[in-house]
Write a protein of this length. Sequence first.
Length: 253
Amino acid sequence: MGERLAGKRALVTGAGSGIGRAVASRFAAEGAQVAVVDIAASDQTALAIRERGGQAIAIAADVTSEERVAGAFAAAREAFGGLDVVVANAAVQLHGADTLVHELDLEAWQRTIAVNLTGAFLTCKYGVRALLEAGGGSLICTGSPTGLFGKAPEYTAYSASKAGVHGMARAIAIAYADRGVRCNVVLPGFTATPLVGPTLTDEQRLRDAIATVPLGRPGTPADVAAVMVFLASDEAAYVTGAQFTVDGGHTAQ
């Protein structure tokens, strides 16, 4: 596509499918070396990138484990000599288990928070360390409109986890601005990924979801990846602490 990220070294979590896979692939197409991190299936993403002439390594890691996250960053830094871009993207949405607060089981709450918030925290913790070592860089978190508005009252844990990510990202942006680390959040709206699989396969639910989007269609992982390329690039050198909605106008209503 281009060379907007030429010379950049990136790590993307949750890159085995969906938005993470699209981000890793787009970063590589823009010239970055990419560490593709996922609990499973990241080999396919890295292989596809290499088959297209890009540079990528696959690293298996559970983002809820500090030891595994630390190991993933160590492997990426060893392979690339450092990191300039980190994307904290890994997440779960527990359809059928995450529900209204008075019906929500503690196990579903804890699992969602462990992956979506603690996993993002660990990625940011080791990501900031790597970026400081490199003299600065871009940290990008995947948020959600559900963390800003009551858009999904039936997904209590997911909404709470994303609100936590937003707050953490703002704190990071302020804390490290004077050391060259930028931190921003991208908030995908209704996007056609495995995360929202039950909605995509139910015709009525799909129609209802699209009806809330002024642009009249679900988002695609490529839509989100395009915004992340900007934030990862030097074009966004004056952008930190910001939230970018990629939702077809859904939250503008």
